[in-house]
Write a protein that binds this ligand. Structure first.
Ligand code: 5GP
Ligand code: MN
Length: 336
């Protein structure tokens, strides 16, 4: 690790063209880690562009330079040009090229030095340097450590801190899960460097639109099913719901977690009918691995307790499949 850091440090000794890329449907950790790293690298004199495949929830508008992020679905030629021209490509918060779908070839074909910083299970070997730690709460935690290991912790100003604090908060549900001692240490060090954690929490959690709250009500009242004997809950939305509630990207963020608020529920699923695919988001408590369920049955992956996938199929078929698959992973409860 030490050797890898000193090699990367050497690479960063002179100004470089750098691309930072993160995953489709970017969340707080994807955007926060990308922009935190971008702001830091710019301070060091590099020219940096961040790229994500698809658009991001409006919640994250407070992040510095988020408006400059290239969305490759909308500006494919520009994204490809940036990737081709880059001396270094940082791949953040994803573990395999399929997570950046249409621009994966531009990354694979680029002659740039590629550096992965990620905390997902089973990273694929498509890069030159891998900084992967599945025990880390978030990629933001790893980016903080990366900057500190380069000897530059003091360069983390409140703007960079807001970005990195964002991933710590969103990937742990406000420090409720996925934490380790280092997570709190990084949060403490960010706070000491001037990051206003209350500001970040307020931006993330008090940003709901009226239609989102109404949609949440609809999900809980009309779209929730509980499989009591398997301690599993699911919520689904069809295309008509998307129209009726004018659902945009990010509007459904966090809905899956409501199911876990019931103490007896150990697995939660949120299944949505998208224009071309059916998307499934899975969450679990304790030892049950939804990563296994997502990768074996729904062409996805992620973390043990938070995973997702997407399948070309009918909504009804995926709901049925989910109900058929679950008994293989949870022992039936006798007394319910
Ligand atoms: P979410 O349910 O919030 O979309 O995603 C939860 C986790 O599952 C994220 O960490 C994400 O990386 C992973 N994930 C979501 N969708 C997919 C997918 O289609 N493929 C893979 N491999 N991972 C996914
Ligand atoms: Mn993450």
């Amino acid at each position: 690790m030490q050797e890898m850091i000193s090699e990367i440090k050497k690479l960063l000794n002179y100004p470089k063209d750098i691309a930072i890329i993160s995953h489709r449907n970017p969340d707080g950790d994807a955007l926060g880690s990308s922009l935190g790293l971008q702001l830091y690298l710019e301070k060091k004199g590099h020219v940096v562009k961040s790229i994500v495949p698809s658009s991001y929830p409006h919640t994250f508008h407070y992040l510095s330079k988020v408006d400059d992020v290239i969305i490759s679905d909308e500006d494919k030629a520009i994204a490809e040009q940036v990737l081709m021209r880059a001396d270094i490509i940082f791949c953040l918060d994803f573990n395999g090229l399929d997570r950046i779908d249409k621009i994966q070839h531009a990354v694979a074909d680029s002659k740039a030095v590629k550096i992965l910083i990620d905390h997902h299970l089973d990273p694929e070997p498509f890069v030159d340097y891998t900084i992967s730690d599945t025990a880390s709460s978030s990629t933001c935690e790893l980016v903080f450590k990366f900057i500190a290991d380069l000897g530059d912790e003091k360069l983390i100003d409140p703007k960079i801190g807001d970005c990195l604090m964002t991933g710590l908060i969103t990937d742990t549900g406000s420090f409720k899960y996925g934490t380790r001692a280092e997570t709190y240490e990084v949060a403490a060090r960010l706070k000491r460097l001037g990051t206003d954690d209350y500001y970040v929490q307020d931006k993330i959690f008090n940003s709901m639109k009226e239609k989102q709250l109404r949609l949440l009500g609809h999900c809980l009242a009309n779209r929730m099913e509980i499989m009591h004997e398997y301690r599993t809950g699911l919520i689904w939305l069809n295309k008509q719901d998307y129209k009726d509630f004018d659902i945009q990207r990010g509007d459904t963020e966090g809905i899956v977690n409501y199911l876990l608020m019931m103490p007896e529920i150990e697995i939660a699923a949120f299944i949505t009918e998208q224009p071309t695919i059916v998307k499934i988001s899975l969450r679990s408590k304790g030892d049950i691995s939804v990563q296994e369920i997502a990768s074996r049955h729904f062409r996805g992956g992620g973390h043990k307790n938070a995973s997702g996938g997407g399948v070309y199929a009918r909504l009804e078929d995926i709901i049925d499949k989910f109900k058929r698959v679950i008994p293989k992973y949870v022992n039936k409860q006798q007394h319910v």
